[in-house]
Design a protein around this ligand. Structure first.
Ligand code: PMP
Length: 357
């Protein structure tokens, strides 16, 4: 007996996985360095005890959507929730991509945009960025005209480079794109501006957000989209029935009531980000400015992968992006707690001295 062949168009694409190894300082997946507020954990414990487990959860996740709508000053019909923003992106590709349609990405960017597009049978057109990782307005408009993508992915701030997309450029893309424009704002809270302001039921724009970063809830797997109501209606059609379990809905609802605590954490991460960038500036590395909770840098001595390995040997894990197209030799470090960032900077200093000998 032989097992059947999977879909031919999946090819041999590998998934997108960062190493999950046991280390003392984990700065590789852009999570929050802090656990959620103890009060939230306490409230969730009570909520979990009162769920009617023999019943399906609210299919519309109404309360959570109302709370998120209030938070962002949109209508509940303009909010779609899913299991992490990755599932939001997948739902978008299922509804607006697919066979015979194209998705446009600007590389280097979040690898899951092209990966999910491929998985949903959407052809991927990958355009480039300028040397500082910003977008070239003329090139962007040319590609939109030539390729007519059904879905255009922007990422602001962009993972893994850290820069925000320019507001006027995002507006120009939305005006010119023949299909849907998705602005992935997984790191939106750390940035100076949000594409939320451009949202309107008449505008083909979707903004995606996650609870995985600032909200300290990566384990919960909750993300959402803010979009025109007809787009949300389409996303609901492609989502599986009851896809958002009752525990997740309760967890999200309790979190949204704690915006002030979340904003405090954002402030802390932004301060630490500055300290991290200053610390990196004293070492032989090139550092890019960041509007996110991570920083991209390129060691000036030794291959990036050797520096990554040296850090791992000191129990510090960062993301090895050194072999990614357009990021030769680069590594990405997540902003951690003060103690973690100090450990990272000290370890990096040691590794660079060793590799440079
Ligand atoms: N978008 C971007 C740009 C990300 O970096 C990530 C997480 N790595 C996600 C989306 C997915 O986040 P989640 O599925 O945890 O909401």
């Amino acid at each position: 007996m032989t097992l059947p062949e999977p879909r031919a168009d999946l090819g041999l694409r590998e998934g997108y996985h960062s190493a999950q190894v046991d280390v003392e300082v984990r700065l590789n997946t852009n999570e929050s360095p802090l656990p959620p507020p103890p009060g939230w954990v306490e409230q969730l414990r009570t909520a979990v005890a009162t769920i009617e487990y023999n019943r399906y959860p609210d299919r519309e996740a109404r309360q959570l959507r109302v709370a998120l709508a209030e938070l962002h000053n949109v209508a509940p019909e303009q909010v779609f929730c899913a299991n992490g923003s990755n599932e939001v992106l997948q739902s978008l590709c299922l509804a607006y991509g697919g066979a015979g349609r194209k998705a446009l990405t600007f590389e280097p960017t979040y690898a899951l945009h092209s990966h999910i597009a491929h998985l949903t049978g959407t052809a991927v057109v990958a355009a480039g960025r300028l040397d500082d990782f910003s977008l070239d307005r003329d090139l962007v408009l040319d590609v939109l005209r030539a390729e007519k993508p059904a879905v255009t992915f922007l990422c602001s701030p962009n993972n893994p480079t850290g820069n925000s997309e320019d507001r006027s450029l995002v507006k120009a893309v939305v005006d010119a794109a023949p299909g849907l424009v998705v602005v992935d704002e997984a790191y939106g809270q750390f940035a100076d501006w949000s594409a939320r302001d451009l949202l309107d039921d008449e505008v083909p724009l979707v903004v995606t957000r996650t609870f995985s970063k600032t909200w300290s809830m990566a384990a919960v797997r909750l993300g959402y989209a803010l979009a025109p109501a007809p787009v949300v209606a389409m996303l609901e059609r492609v989502a599986l029935p009851y896809h958002l379990d009752a525990i997740k809905q309760a967890a999200g609802l309790l979190a949204v009531a704690r915006v002030a605590e979340m904003e405090e954490r954002v402030g802390l991460v932004v301060r630490e980000r500055q300290r991290l960038i200053q610390g990196l500036g004293r070492l032989p590395v090139m550092v890019w400015p960041s509007q996110a909770n991570f920083v991209l840098f390129r060691p000036e001595v030794g291959p990036g992968s050797e520096v990554w390995q040296g850090l791992l040997e000191r129990s510090v894990l960062v993301r090895d992006t050194s072999s990614w197209p357009g990021l030769q030799g680069c590594l990405r470090v997540t902003v951690g707690t003060e103690a973690e960032n100090d450990r990272f900077l000290a370890a990096l200093g040691e590794v660079l001295r060793e590799v440079g000998k």
